[in-house]
Design a protein around this ligand. Structure first.
Ligand code: ACM
Length: 386
């Protein structure tokens, strides 16, 4: 009876982040942030006096398991809102299920762009909110790029977009190399060999998950100097840095809308709450921040319409604004992506991201890269600046 009361009374939501497998280190930060946001809302009495109840599974970084658990969540657990996914391969596995059940997926991860589903709210960066700024930043100092990525859809597509930006900025892509999703140190031998042979100015890495620390360690072991030839990435966050250690991390560059080291009161509040709940060493990442604010955004919409019916939630999310830790964010009704605040940071010798470029503008999502210019990506922003 208690269970029945609970399941009727609570807002039940599906949560799919991997607790095991190749991207579990970053996905655990997204899971933690989702649960933190739920705890905050429940501590304030829930939404319309009903608590939020997460239904969790561990899809183990495996697209097939993501799909099977999504089916289960909609068919058996009867959820309507789903929060989850890191790798684009897992989002692509889950989306047809979400669409078939007319649900709504909230996806808190940077990705390659060139996608729209009416049944998905994208709260991580699209390429015009991270790749573009990273390309612009790097091209002011470096010309010759070498791309290295994990062997799946996000790196292929992200590299294609980055190559366009590099060429537009009169840079050159010397080579593009892929390693398995679960690489061994041997898999990076050919990468190190190519770096030695081609002498790039900078490496653009789209390696994800546990392979990241293998790359950065192999790079250091090969004697390369990050001050002279850094690795720049969108997928190397505080979580991967914690795995690789400070020595391998120092000097490398990441573009993201949020870093644990941001000094704004909102960012500090979020980081403090996160670490109070999960421990001082728990990494706080941009993907965790997106997981956190999207849960709050979603339930603001639920509170407004008094329902978790995806159509009604979608209607109430249109133009919804939220004071996220990175700054005020907003869902763009044109494309279901989110206005975000691009930043670039470099890792110091303590393995902490120090901001090296903060344009201070909120960028409208342009998932299809309609505006493909390195120079006018922020033109309409002053109008939208809160
Ligand atoms: C990713 O696969 N979207 C990082």
């Amino acid at each position: 009876m208690g269970l029945m009361e609970n399941s009727v009374g609570a807002w039940r939501v599906g949560v799919l982040f991997s607790q095991t497998g190749v991207t579990s280190t970053i996905e655990r930060t997204q899971l933690n942030a989702t649960l933190l946001a739920i705890e905050e809302i429940n501590a304030r009495g829930g939404i319309l006096e009903r608590p939020i109840e997460p239904i969790l599974y561990d899809p183990a970084s495996d697209p097939k398991k993501f799909r099977a658990f999504a089916e289960r969540l909609f068919q058996v657990d009867r959820i309507r809102l789903l929060f989850g996914c890191y790798m684009s391969s897992t989002r692509k596995a889950v989306l047809p299920v979400v669409e078939a059940h007319r649900g709504l997926l909230f996806y808190p991860t940077l990705y390659e762009g060139f996608e729209y589903s009416r049944h998905c709210i994208y709260t991580g960066a699209a390429p015009n909110q991270n790749s573009l700024q990273l390309a612009k930043f790097l091209l002011s100092a470096y010309n010759r790029f070498l791309f290295v990525g994990s062997n799946y859809v996000y790196p292929y597509e992200s590299n294609r977009v980055m190559a366009d930006f590099v060429v537009q900025g009169k840079g050159k892509v010397l080579d593009e190399i892929y390693v398995p999703l679960r690489p061994t140190p041997d898999d990076f031998d050919k990468v190190i060999h190519r770096i030695k042979k081609t002498s790039p100015d900078v490496i653009f890495s789209t390696v994800v998950g546990s392979g990241t620390s293998v790359l950065y360690r192999a790079y250091r072991a090969a004697g390369f100097d990050s001050a002279r030839m850094p690795i720049a990435s969108l997928t190397t966050s505080e979580a991967e840095v914690a795995e690789m250690g400070t020595e391998a991390a120092e000097g490398h560059i990441t573009a993201a809308p949020f870093f644990e080291t941001l000094s704004s009161p909102a960012a500090k509040r979020f980081v403090t709450s996160f670490k109070e709940k999960y421990g001082a060493d728990a990494p706080v990442t941009a993907c965790a921040e997106a997981a956190y604010f999207q849960l709050h955004l979603a339930f603001r919409a639920v509170a407004k319409c008094g329902s978790d019916d995806p159509e009604q939630v979608l209607g109430n999310l249109r133009d919804a604004e939220f004071d996220a830790p990175q700054g005020r964010v907003r869902v763009d009704p044109e494309n279901n992506h989110t206005f975000l605040w691009p930043r670039i940071a470099r890792l110091d010798r303590h393995g902490r991201f120090q901001t090296v470029w903060n344009p201070g503008v909120r960028v409208k999502p342009d998932p299809y890269c309609v505006v493909q210019s390195l120079d006018d990506w922020s033109v309409e922003l002053p109008l939208l600046h809160p």
